[in-house]
Ligand binder design. Sequence first.
Ligand SMILES: [Fe+2]
Ligand SMILES: [Zn+2]
Length: 347
Amino acid sequence: MNPSQLSNSVTRRRFLHQSFAFSALAVISANNGWATPLSTAAMHGASDLLMVGDWGYDSHHEGQTAVAMGMRQYSQQLNLLPQALLMLGDNWYGELAGGAQSQRWKTQFEDMYPADIFPCPVYAILGNHDYQRWPGSKVEAELEYARIGKTASGETRWTMPARWYRFEFPKENPLITFIALDSNMPKNGITDRGIDFTLSHEDQAKQLAWLEQELKRPRTTPYLVVMGHHPIFSDGPHGDHPILTRDWDPLFRKYGVTLYLAGHDHDLQHLEFEGHPTSHFLSGGGGADLYNLKIDPSQRGPYAQKIYGFSHLSVTPKQMVLRHLDSNGRTLHAFSKTPSGKISIIS
Ligand SMILES: [Fe+2]
Ligand SMILES: [Zn+2]
């Protein structure tokens, strides 16, 4: 064990003691690989989805290709049949010439995350790099691709019925109510700057009212998960988001959101806060160049790492398990959460 691994494990132990009534029995395995029998046995009968953020990089594709390959191999090795993919925004960096007809849809989406391994809906949300006119609005192109983009079998996987929307997972006997949001807030009151733009002030207010109405709505699922491209809290260089901490976080606390999924910082994170019902889980390692962390995970964790990778959510009525994986499909960090909010770190 090198010094950084040592301090990491000490930190993690300290975190567990500080934050949770932690049972040693909750540790299923430490530093396990992707074919660990316990990790599959533990989630027998689960519904699975994979997620990735910040993936459609324009200048080079090595990172995206490695992570996408890892997702494919991981699914095949574990015999997973993911019932959804979540694309956490920054779907298209740079120019998307041709909009919904761009060749990039084939090379960097359909072929990269192929329908024979992922024959499922791909729920996508918009990042700041999608909110660009390059050459036309990439937001409009992505909404249009959801309407017209068909695979050879005639089905459309890319799912983005609107900039913010709700769905349930899995489709039959759903366990999770998902609320997909648009986190592209005006910056210092400005909604338009060169090729970049954001939500209008009117849409920002409209979405916030819709969010509260959806959070209030009675639901039958044991879990409530919200996803948006920008993290509310992040140990990465973008840090905590002033508007989302003001507008969304109090609602998440009030309505007991189980989990918030984000990207934007090019790393993998899992943050917990004392007394906060929401686990903050960031998966932004899908292919774009990596960033240095700003806050050491020993200060705020339990986990943050500058690394390429993707994430896996596995759910049963009794618990959900979330895992961060590197591009070789090795588990970097995993935890479980019950509907009542009990968290156990798995590795
Ligand atoms: Fe990004
Ligand atoms: Zn971003």
